[in-house]
Structures are given as structure tokens and as C-alpha cells.
Design a protein around this ligand. Structure first.
Ligand SMILES: Cc1cc2nc3c(=O)[nH]c(=O)nc-3n(C[C@H](O)[C@H](O)[C@H](O)COP(=O)(O)OP(=O)(O)OC[C@H]3O[C@@H](n4cnc5c(N)ncnc54)[C@H](O)[C@@H]3O)c2cc1C
Length: 356
């Protein structure tokens, strides 16, 4: 490959690893620890900007009661503990990376690419991808698609893009309130639109929003986005459907924060046997129909599968033992209980270093 100037473009070499873990939810994080215990190197990728999967995206402050030996902890605490547990293995985590394509080479190893340009060379792939990649729930209006990225947004990257503009923020969760509050400091006018006068956000944000409305720093309107008016392909105004009528807001930007939905996405095209949107596995090792690709946690499908975190932990543990045979086909792995594994104890005590 060459650049326009004719000089060769240096593509970074693939990242080589024993196991590529797709998904940094609770099961992917535990798999990273267990990979270290089994003696495998690994790398994690996740589409999101942060780790934790459903625990962090859907119920961070809810208590979980069915994790063995932890009578109660919030989902956020569980993710923190899982991170602490795998920290001694210094596992690289690549966030904002959606795994897209997979190709098995003649030597049996896999080349995996992300939509953002990373390339991995791996002996095995551990799909811990939950219900698929989380993507923002989009506005169901055709005109929103053509305005996306320019004037209709599903995230806020730079507050400065909204300086001195009129911005409508749609949604009633934490993200919608947090961004509406942040935007009011730079935008000319901020209108928060939510279908009811009740919010699924933390109480402190709701209180802050109500104070900001009372102080005239922003507005709040009960309603839903009915239409976008964009003459000349440029957003000019937003129609809000309300009880008993409609309202019109002249605005340059619409930020839609309706939460995330999961989409199996590119994994559905990998040639795996998929039943009901999940990857069919052999329960002796949680391997999929393509040998070398495993599925653990919520993405795995088998008779009587329970979508529980503890089931995912067990599945990952068995899958990694089979993955070892792909990474080290000539080596016989001798099982040692962790309580007798001196190398593991040393590694955990020191918090880093290599575990043989
Ligand atoms: C409200 C609620 C309460 C719950 N309470 C409990 C409970 O009390 N006890 C319990 O055991 N379970 C509970 N669960 C279920 C539990 O959260 C799931 O079983 C668990 O999160 C599954 O973990 P996972 O790692 O398999 O998947 P997830 O947590 O879904 O994580 C998957 C990750 O993979 C990433 N991903 C997907 N596709 C790609 C891709 N192509 N490229 C890169 N990354 C990708 C996603 O972005 C995501 O971060 C609850 C679930 C909900 C919604």
C-alpha cells in the first residue's frame, strides 16, 4: 500500500496473543483473569468507551446477590473487583473497538480486525459479547439519518461544537441529564425533552436539572420528538409532540440519548451456528461450530442456558482450558489448583510480572 505521495504506508503489525477476548463485561473480565491462571496471554476489545458491559451500562447501582462468596455488592463494585482480580496479569484492554471480521489462516491461527483499524493475530477467540455490541438507540425518523453526525447526535464528543447554539437534548436517563447540564454552560439555549416528568437518572442530577430550569439556565419540556424540519438538508426546527398538541423549537442541534440497544452485528456473519441470536456451543468446552472460536456468558446458547454471571464464569474457565490446546498444541498443561500454584501466588502478591 502506498500514500498519495508514493511512499509506502506503514500499517502497524498485528497484535499477537494467545486469546482474544471480545467483550469487557463481567464474563470477559473474569476470562482475562482465568486466562492468566491457565497460562495464556490475552487481549480484550470492547465497543464501548468503558468496561463492565451490562453491569455498568444497565444497572451499575443495583445490588447483586448471587455471586458466590459475595453476599451483596452493586454491579459497579463487582466490575471493580473483577478488574482488581485480573490486574496482576496486565491485560491490555482496547476500548471503543468493535470487532468486525475474522479469518482463519492456514496455520490455524486467526486474524481478527476491528472497525477502528486494530488487527489481532490470535490462537483462539473468546466471544464474551453478551447480547452483541451496544449501540445507541436511534431516532426512528428517516430525516434523522441524513442529519446524523452533522446536526443529529447520539453522543457528545466536544462541548465546544455546541457553543452559542440552540440544542435540544432528548432522553430522561443519566446521560441525557448529564449532557443537558453540561451543554447549558456553552450553548445559547438548551431544551431537555422527555416523554414524562419523571427520570431514570440519579436523584442528584434530577435535582440539579430542576434547579437549572428554575434559574433560567435551561428548559425542560414533556413530549417526544415528532419530526425534524430540515430545508436544504440543514436542521432548522424540531417538532415536539405533546399531550393535546405540538410545539416547535428552532434548533441547530439535536442530541438523542435514548440509551443503548444490543446488536449482534458483524459476529452474525462469521459463519458460526447461531440460534435465536446466540452462538450455539458444545457444553464440554463452550466451543462454537468453528473450532477455535468460543462463546461464553450471555452470547452462548445451549440447552437450559441461564443468563447469569456465575454461569459465564464457569463457561469461560472450561473454554480457556480448550483454548490452551490451540495456543500450545505441543505442550501438556498440568492442572494445579490455584491454592497450590506458587507462580500464581507470587504474581498476585507482586501485582505484575510474568506467570509461567
Ligand atoms: C437489570 C439487570 C439486572 C441483572 N441482575 C443480575 C444478577 O443479579 N445476577 C446475575 O448473575 N446476572 C444479572 N443480570 C444478567 C447479567 O448482567 C448478564 O448475565 C451479564 O452481564 C453477562 O455478561 P457478559 O460479559 O456475557 O455480557 P455483557 O455484560 O453484555 O458484556 C458484553 C460486552 O461485549 C461487548 N461487545 C459485544 N459485541 C462486541 C463486538 N463486536 N466488538 C467488541 N465488543 C463487543 C459489549 O459492548 C459489552 O460491553 C442482570 C441483567 C440486567 C439487565
Amino acid at each position: 500500500m502506498t500514500s498519495e505521495a508514493g511512499t509506502p504506508i506503514q500499517t502497524p503489525p498485528p497484535i499477537s496473543t494467545d486469546v482474544l477476548i471480545v467483550g469487557a463485561g463481567p464474563v470477559g473480565l473474569f476470562a482475562a483473569f482465568e486466562a492468566g491462571v491457565v497460562g495464556l496471554s490475552c487481549q480484550i476489545v470492547d465497543t464501548l468507551e468503558r468496561i463492565g458491559g451490562q453491569c455498568i451500562e444497565l444497572y451499575p447501582d443495583k445490588p447483586i446477590y448471587d455471586i458466590p462468596a459475595i453476599p451483596s455488592c452493586t454491579a459497579r463494585e463487582l466490575v471493580d473487583r473483577l478488574m482488581e482480580q485480573c490486574r496482576p496479569f496486565d491485560v491490555p484492554i482496547h476500548l471503543s473497538q468493535r470487532v468486525e471480521t475474522v479469518r482463519q489462516r492456514e496455520d490455524g491461527r486467526w486474524t481478527v480486525t476491528t472497525g477502528q483499524g486494530l488487527v489481532f493475530d490470535t490462537a483462539a477467540i473468546m466471544l464474551a459479547a453478551g447480547n452483541g455490541a451496544f449501540v445507541p438507540q436511534r431516532l426512528a425518523l428517516p430525516e434523522a439519518t441524513t442529519l446524523e453526525e452533522r446536526q443529529v447526535h447520539y453522543s457528545v464528543r466536544n462541548l465546544s461544537d455546541f457553543a452559542d447554539k440552540t440544542v435540544v437534548v432528548a432522553g430522561g436517563g443519566d446521560s441525557a441529564l448529564d449532557w443537558a447540564l453540561a451543554l447549558r454552560k456553552v450553548a445559547r439555549r438548551v431544551v431537555l425533552v422527555h416523554r414524562r416528568n419523571g427520570f431514570s437518572a440519579v436523584a442528584s442530577s434530577v435535582d440539579e436539572m430542576r434547579r437549572a430550569v428554575d434559574a433560567g439556565e435551561m428548559e425542560f419540556m414533556v413530549g417526544s420528538i415528532a419530526a425534524l424540519h430540515a430545508p436544504d438538508d440543514k436542521l432548522a426546527s424540531i417538532e415536539i409532540r405533546q399531550i393535546g398538541g405540538t410545539a416547535q423549537i428552532d434548533a441547530e442541534h439535536l442530541v438523542v440519548l435514548y440509551g443503548l440497544v444490543a446488536d449482534l452485528g458483524p459476529i452474525a456473519n462469521w459463519g458460526l451456528k447461531i440460534v435465536g441470536g446466540r452462538v450455539e456451543v458444545d457444553t464440554s468446552n463452550y466451543e462454537s461450530s468453528r473450532h477455535g472460536i468460543f462463546a461464553v456468558g450471555d452470547i452462548a446458547n445451549y440447552p437450559n442456558k441461564q443468563k447469569l454471571i456465575l454461569s459465564g464464569f464457569h463457561e469461560a474457565s472450561l473454554a480457556l482450558r480448550k483454548a490452551y490446546t490451540y495456543a500450545y498444541p505441543d505442550k501438556k498443561r498440568v492442572h494445579v489448583h490455584s491454592s497450590y500454584d506458587a507462580g500464581l501466588a507470587e504474581r498476585i502478591a507482586s501485582g505484575s510480572g510474568h506467570h509461567e
